[in-house]
Design a protein around this ligand. Structure first.
Ligand code: SF4
Length: 269
């Protein structure tokens, strides 16, 4: 009996690391399948960037979706209980399920973009025995500055949302910092208010379902609050700049991209 050949799959998040991995692997594994798990709640910049990446790769990036339930259906089924870092059902149903359905029972290697300088982090590990993980950046010692170089050398550069936001993912991602919510309000007011419409106040229990702890988006959008958030950010930036020693030109390109450990290693690589 013939065994099925192993498939090679690279899941792009629309972020810098997975894109750099696609650039890095393009000629190494010509049979690579490129996919993007589309939550249906992505930023327009993400789709634009994926189109550029697709043109660079010369290969289709398959857009995978949960065809049974979108975010609004999932939220309704949870009675308005928004996802959060502690209850990340969005990742499970909108990213992992479509990916695992796409792979099916075929033997597959999933290429994960965790870098050598963050090797202690854990990426998506499938519970399905037929999907094995490979970490080419860790294997080859590729670090953050290499990723930046790969992206600029390829002509792709960084996704444009990095101008105001530190991670890929849904426009309403709860991993955003407050100043990034302000960025969303300024750049995409329609999406900001769409996110706000998902928040809810349960008058029976007194429970508030908000994206940001202890604050609704309506409260956050008030002009005096926006000014305060921006002032807090400026203060943090000034402290950071004072402490920073710039060694190379590359630092200038990478300095605005936060790499804190917080975040989702499926959505934000
Ligand atoms: S980007 Fe954020 S909100 Fe979207 S699926 Fe991932 S963790 Fe959930």
């Amino acid at each position: 009996m013939n065994e099925k050949p192993t498939r090679h799959i690279l899941s792009l998040s629309g972020g810098k690391d997975s894109t750099a991995l696609a650039v890095y692997m393009r000629d190494k594994v010509p049979e690579m399948e490129y996919v993007f798990c589309d939550t249906g709640e992505e930023l327009p910049e993400t789709y634009e960037y994926l189109d550029k990446v697709e043109a660079y790769l010369g290969r289709e990036i398959r857009r995978l979706k949960n065809n049974r339930e979108g975010f609004a259906d999932l939220l309704a089924a949870r009675k308005g209980f928004l996802p959060s870092p502690a209850a990340r059902w969005c990742t499970q149903y909108l990213k992992i399920v479509p990916f695992e359905q796409y792979v099916g029972d075929d033997p597959a290697i999933s290429y994960i973009a965790i870098r050598a300088d963050e090797a202690h982090r854990k990426g998506y590990l499938s519970t399905k025995a037929n999907i094995r993980a490979r970490y080419p950046f860790i294997e080859d010692g590729i670090t953050k500055s290499d990723v930046t170089r790969l992206l600029y050398d390829s002509g792709l550069g960084m996704p444009s949302y990095y101008e105001w936001r530190s991670r890929s993912g849904c426009y309403f991602c709860f991993f955003q910092q407050r100043n990034e919510w302000v960025g969303l309000l300024e750049r995409h007011p329609d999406l900001f208010w769409k996110a706000a419409a998902y928040e809810k106040f349960d008058s029976t229990t007194g429970q508030r379902y908000t994206w940001v702890p202890r604050e609704s988006l309506e409260e956050l959008a008030k002009p005096e609050r926006v000014r305060q958030i921006q002032a807090d950010l400026d203060k943090r930036e000034a402290t950071r700049q004072g402490a920073k020693v710039r060694n190379t030109l590359l630092d200038l390109f990478t300095e605005d991209v936060s790499d804190s450990e917080e975040g989702c290693l499926i959505c934000h690589l």
